[in-house]
Design a binder for this molecule. Structure first.
Ligand SMILES: O=C(O)CCC(=O)C(=O)O
Ligand SMILES: [Fe+2]
Length: 208
């Protein structure tokens, strides 16, 4: 684990930077309120079904493009159009990467209850190598950031807390990553999220 005393930006791997405490409390509150609206049906939050027949433990709602393993579409499983990705969220992403030319057109909004995890995977259904921006609110988690070859070591376990930013691009864009556990009760209830963890990843789909 990265030291719990380290709250400065850290380059975890080339092109992968963890910036603790990047979101203000007000920004976190805005995200929590927005996530509540996005989570509501139609095209709301649900457990993604896997081709194996199982479901992911995480609950997800998509904005801009709807992701199901392993492709993007404009409509959800129930036939509803995917919700729009608002301009303010895309602008937050541009600020996160420090590039006004970064225009994400997909967001995956993930909710982790106290037992949800996410297995090691690559974000590779995009047809763009633009960076992925990850914003976290609520409970802390252990975010495992691996290599681009396979699910094995080397990896680095990073504690992502509410308010933290993680950007992975360049040589790390297609690195395996996942969430091995969350820490229930560790989030700041002042965000409006009293239990669980929210993570929002912004991506450029490369689709039109
Ligand atoms: O929850 C996280 O921090 C990671 C989410 C993720 O990897 C994804 O949505 O593809
Ligand atoms: Fe991912």
């Amino acid at each position: 684990m990265e030291s719990i005393f380290e709250r400065e930006p850290v380059e975890i791997a080339p092109g992968a930077v963890h910036t603790p405490d990047w979101l203000s409390l007000v920004e976190q509150q805005r995200l929590v309120a927005a996530c509540r609206e996005w989570a509501a049906p139609p095209a709301g939050m649900r457990h993604t079904r896997l081709p194996s027949g199982g479901v992911m433990s995480v609950q997800t709602v998509c904005l801009g493009w709807h992701w199901t393993p392993y492709r993007y579409s404009r409509t959800t499983e129930d036939g509803s159009p995917v919700k729009a990705l608002p301009g303010w969220l895309a602008e937050l992403g541009a600020r996160a990467v420090g590039d006004p030319g970064y225009v994400p057109d997909v967001a995956l909004v993930n909710f982790y209850d106290g037992v949800a995890k996410m297995g090691l995977h690559q974000d590779k259904d995009e047809r763009s190598d633009a960076p992925v921006v990850s914003l976290s609110v609520g409970d802390s988690c252990v975010f495992r950031f691996g290599n681009t070859e396979n699910r094995n070591r080397p990896w680095t376990d990073v504690e992502l807390r509410g308010g933290d930013l993680f950007v992975f691009g360049g040589p790390s864009r297609f690195a395996y990553h996942g969430v091995t556990k969350t820490v229930p009760g560790s989030g700041d209830p002042a965000t409006g999220l009293t239990a669980g963890r929210l993570n929002i990843t912004l991506r450029v789909s490369g689709l039109d």
